[in-house]
Ligand binder design. Structure first.
Ligand SMILES: Cc1ncc(COP(=O)(O)O)c(C=O)c1O
Length: 401
């Protein structure tokens, strides 16, 4: 497949899809693939979900875009709904996860300046991923993603992920906020200790720091809760969303609560496309469908089923180090690098991803059903038992028998 005029920022797999239906994608030869990646946690409702298709088509017929210079009814309704399910106070809409985090970082700086800090600092985590725009990249804990783009914007202080004491021991008077993923996605589906988020919340209150959660990957039902931090019984001051919110239509959001709410005012931030009628209508349809179809409970059930079945099947295999995650965000850590499993999986009709070098990452759509779960578990266990087994030394070309 010639891709002569695309800047090769992505190392693409040699396949293109023509259409999708539910949890399945179809290539031009009619081969079908079980989508256990969802466009990297985007296709919340799977592919071609009737409610989303109808909402987008109907909105496209009426109005695609006006401007944030005018009232946008569907944007207001989406903000109301997001605040209902999160307990947050207000929403700024952008178009991506990076933009959601840029907004969060700007809010942290405003909060710092309000406290009389000239050079506010945001505490960020090792292994984090917050996006590719410059400030989001500076917040990201991945040196290879930053390489070549120096100088990085200043104002970040990095600590090990999940290490409450490392944050509590910080003495820098310039700290204005903590930015944290409730579960690290790109960093390897890493789940922090059970009391970590609640501890950070308490510390932020004590020290007048904003607690900012990046729910770009974990949010909108993926963890089996609307938002993953809700499992810890806390409410952040700032929350970033994107990916799954529009079910495939680009939209991002920064939600604020409490002392973060009055920070942005007229002229302090903006986005031409942010919160346009099409994107907001799609996001409303996603939220309505998650609620109407009871998908949060479904995600918990399907996620538990996938994890427990894989655990039982791979029990005793030394090269499986850990199986972890929440809801339909599942990581299987192997002892060795296993990027070759992506090709091997695709060859047996499953689309998945490997992150952090040695973690098989499963992010199926929230609508995945029990029969598809069986197929996914069989496929993943085959990969673990055969293709990734230490003695196999596979190139990834094996086929399931
Ligand atoms: C937790 C998290 N934050 C931010 C981003 C960046 O989002 P986007 O690619 O939409 O800018 C990602 C993307 O993977 C992410 O996983």
């Amino acid at each position: 497949m010639a891709i002569s005029h695309l800047i090769p920022t992505y190392k693409r797999q040699p396949i293109a899809f023509e259409r999708g239906e539910g949890a399945w994608l179809f290539d031009s030869d009619g081969n079908r693939y079980l989508d256990a990646l969802s466009g990297i946690a985007v296709n919340t409702l799977g592919h071609a979900h009737p409610a989303l298709v109808e909402a987008i088509a109907d909105q496209a017929k009426r109005l695609l875009h006006t401007s944030n210079l005018y009232e946008i009814d569907v944007q207001t309704r989406l903000a109301d709904r997001l605040c209902d399910i999160s307990g947050m106070d207000a929403v700024f809409f952008g178009n991506s996860g990076s933009e959601a985090n840029e907004a969060a970082i700007k809010l942290a700086r405003l909060h710092g300046h309000n406290r009389g800090i000239d050079t506010p600092v945001v505490v960020v985590m090792e292994g984090s991923f917050h996006g590719r725009t410059l400030a989001a990249l500076a917040a990201t804990g991945n040196a290879s993603a930053q390489k070549g783009f120096e100088p990085m914007p200043e104002g970040f202080l990095r600590v090990p992920y999940g290490d409450f004491d490392a944050i509590a021991e910080l003495t820098d008077d310039n700290i204005a906020a903590v930015l944290v993923e409730p579960i690290q996605g790109e960093g390897g589906v890493r789940v922090p200790p059970a009391d970590f988020l609640a501890g950070v919340r308490k510390l932020c209150d004590e020290r007048d720091w904003l607690m900012m959660v990046d729910e770009v990957q974990t949010g909108v039902g993926r963890s089996g809760h609307w938002f993953a931090h809700q499992a810890a019984g806390i409410k952040p001051d700032v929350m970033g969303l994107a990916k799954g919110l529009g079910g495939g239509v680009p939209i991002g959001a920064a939600l604020v609560a409490g002392k973060a709410t009055p920070l942005f005012g007229p002229g302090s931030h903006g986005s031409t496309f942010g919160g346009n009628p099409l994107a907001c209508r799609a996001a409303l349809a996603v939220l309505e469908t998650i609620e109407a179809d009871g998908l949060l409970a479904h995600v918990q059930a399907m996620g538990d089923s996938i994890r427990s079945q894989i655990e039982a099947r791979v029990d005793g295999l030394d090269h499986v180090k850990d199986i972890r995650g929440a809801g339909l965000m599942i990581g299987i850590e192997l002892a060795e690098p296993c990027a070759h499993l992506v090709d091997a999986a695709r060859e047996q009709g499953i689309l998945l991803n490997v992150t952090a070098g040695n973690v098989i990452r499963l992010l199926p759509p929230l609508i995945i059903g029990p029969a598809e779960v069986e197929r996914l578990v069989d496929g993943v266990c085959y990969l673990i038992e055969s293709v990734a087994a230490p003695t196999t030394n596979s190139t990834g070309s094996n086929k399931a028998s």
